[in-house]
Design a protein around this ligand. Structure first.
Ligand code: SF4
Length: 82
């Protein structure tokens, strides 16, 4: 998934569980597809790195690091307040 979003993968992205998964799944508005994406994230060995990347780069859309947009917005707000 991330290779479609970021052309030059960093070291952690090479280990992403979504490496060969259709990126559209992670940006779907369909609840069932979002659940499928979250299931991929649940077994991902670089989940923490992915979430840190999303927060640091202000990724507002899609599923990153096992989080949906609303949850990540709260984390970003907390991150800025800290
Ligand atoms: S946490 Fe999810 S979106 Fe992030 S690299 Fe892993 S599988 Fe992909």
């Amino acid at each position: 998934m991330l290779s479609a979003v970021v052309p030059e993968p960093t070291s952690w992205q090479a280990d992403a569980a979504c490496h060969d998964v259709d990126a559209d799944l992670f940006f779907s508005l369909d609840e069932r597809e979002q659940q499928q994406a979250l299931a991929v994230c649940a077994s991902c060995p670089v989940r923490r790195e992915c979430l840190e990347h999303a927060i640091a780069n202000g990724e507002h859309y899609g599923i990153w690091g096992g989080t949906r947009e609303g949850e990540r917005r709260r984390l970003m707000r907390d991150h800025r307040a800290a």
